[in-house]
Design a protein around this ligand. Structure first.
Ligand SMILES: [Zn+2]
Length: 120
């Protein structure tokens, strides 16, 4: 059996941890990686006619990605709402630490030296 592993990522709100949903299926969308997310938000910011959000989400200047419930726009700037309650914030941090751990594991796996080629 030949299998191909596929690695994708789910974008979570930096403040409340809500996942970014696919507009059609209403399930968390799978992105190919950090670069695709960054590119998509960068492109949206350049596109003025349709606004600069991506599915209602915005990116703050300090690289926080926020769902529509977690920011306000003040004077054209995206401003993150005040922090959640301490209990909610602790839950978010715990979940996000777990994601970071998983991402770290994958990164470590990718850095493993590849198996030596069979001598011909
Ligand atoms: Zn949020």
């Amino acid at each position: 059996m030949i299998v191909e592993p596929v690695v994708s990522v789910i974008l979570h709100c930096s403040r409340c941890n809500t996942p970014w949903l696919d507009g059609e299926t209403e399930t968390p969308a799978y992105w190919s990686g950090l670069a695709e997310i960054a590119e998509t938000f960068k492109r949206a910011a350049l596109r003025e006619t349709y606004g600069s959000d991506v599915g209602g989400w915005r990116r703050t200047p300090n690289e926080r990605y926020l769902c529509e419930d977690c920011f306000v726009v003040e004077g054209g700037l995206v401003v993150e709402r005040p922090p959640l309650s301490a209990i909610e914030e602790a839950k978010v941090l715990r979940a996000q630490n777990e994601y970071a751990r998983q991402v770290g594991k994958i990164a470590a796996y990718e850095l493993l030296p590849s198996t030596p080629e069979v001598a011909r």
